[in-house]
Design a binder for this molecule. Structure first.
Ligand SMILES: [Zn+2]
Length: 391
């Protein structure tokens, strides 16, 4: 059983914490390998001996899925009560689970129903399958953790709160696995995780969209200027002709380096913002970075985030940083502020520059003061990837 559990955790690492939290109880009376409502795995040694470790591992992945997906609670909600209803619910639950398992090339040696075994479409939930006419008795008893029917061997196990925490933890791990390596987590698990956790909007995509929009509007602001001679000046001798002028987008990044900001978090966010600006087509020379607490410490034209000395470390006033940014020449058309939000804000928007505020959320910290309505605010989650994307 220990080898099977290791094998299972290696196959689907996002289920590992749930797999290792569920106690395995060897039970010669139960005549099956099944789960109860309190997350105990009851295993009859006679059945354990029948299978190789990978087969047992596949069955463990299957059983833990019944628990994570709360099939017992859902059976209760749907009104599964009679024995024959429980048997059909068990098979429908098996199909919901095996659908996703099969996509990763794994099928348990028993309880192996798939949706097409009873003529149903793949990718649906147990409730949808259950509405179909029952297609015969189950071949394998997955326990009360699947169909909510009492078994004589059921016993106390994980408390309710802990089960729910394991579900949330698993959902978060699924999001992380999917973000790291899209395609590794089957669609059914992704949809399940999304129902448990609030939809996560990727701040990088939101920020990139705003940056591209601002840069496009600046580049499109074609205007006449008298600073350069017009190409048509020689056609009229007496009149000074204006030339057409297309402004180059300039961006200033204002970094909050006050004591409340976590240096590593800020450096990583800065690296990502620079990556976004570069991919949006901005040249490095057109990005300036200001380190700001209550004073403005450095105005630099940087080529890499690592080059910025994140000076400061005192109190915070991002108003000072925004004011300093708009006094730069050439004047930036876009100011990106990276802060934890523990800062006062100016009452008025700066003239001639759009402001995007990235609020870095630190785990365990309450949110800072709201950025002003004249700025576009993007929350930046604490789950920044360890390495910056390629610039
Ligand atoms: Zn099952």
């Amino acid at each position: 059983m220990a080898a099977a559990r290791l094998w299972a955790a290696a196959q689907q690492p996002y289920l590992a914490s749930a797999l290792f939290a569920a106690p395995v109880l060897l039970d010669t009376e139960c005549g099956t390998i099944a789960v109860d409502r309190a997350w105990n795995i009851h295993a009859d040694p006679a059945h354990v001996d029948r299978f190789e470790a990978p087969q047992l591992g596949a069955l463990l992945l299957h059983l833990i899925s019944h628990l994570l997906r709360a099939h017992a609670d859902r059976a209760q909600r749907v009104g599964v009560e009679e024995d024959n209803q429980r048997e059909w619910w068990n098979r429908c639950g098996d199909a919901e689970i095996n659908d996703d398992l099969a996509r990763t090339g794994i099928l348990p040696p028993v309880a192996a129903d798939l949706p097409f075994d009873f003529g149903a479409n793949v990718g649906e939930l147990v409730e949808a399958y259950y509405e179909r006419p029952a297609a015969g008795p189950r071949q394998w008893d997955c326990g009360s953790g699947c169909d909510d029917g009492d078994r004589p061997w059921d016993c106390d196990g994980l408390p309710h709160d802990q089960r729910q925490l394991l579900r949330l933890d698993t959902a978060a791990e699924i999001h992380r696995c999917h973000a790291r390596e899209p395609g590794t987590v089957p669609g059914g698990w992704l949809r399940w995780a999304e129902t448990l956790l609030p939809a996560q909007v990727d701040w990088r995509r939101v920020l990139a969209a705003h940056v591209r929009r601002e840069l496009a509007s600046t580049a499109g602001r074609v205007d006449y200027t008298y600073r350069r001679p017009s190409r048509r000046q020689d056609t009229v001798a007496d009149v000074v002709m204006p030339a057409l002028h297309r402004p180059t987008p300039n961006v200033a990044i204002v970094c909050d380096t006050s004591g409340s900001m976590h240096d590593e978090l800020l450096a990583r966010a800065l690296a990502e913002v620079e990556g976004i600006l570069t991919r949006a087509g901005l040249r490095q020379g057109n990005v300036r970075v200001l380190a700001v607490d209550t004073n403005v410490h450095a105005v630099t034209r940087v080529t890499r985030a690592a080059d910025v000395a994140l000076a400061g470390g005192g109190g915070t006033d991002m108003g000072a940083g925004i004011a300093a940014a708009t006094e730069l020449r050439p004047k930036p058309s876009l100011v990106v502020v990276l802060t934890d939000g523990y800062t006062p804000w100016p009452a008025q928007a700066p003239k001639g520059a759009k402001v995007i505020v990235g609020v870095l959320e630190q785990p365990g910290w309450p949110p800072g003061w709201d950025p002003p309505p004249w700025a576009t605010t993007i929350p930046i989650g604490p789950d920044l990837p360890a390495s910056a994307p390629p610039a």
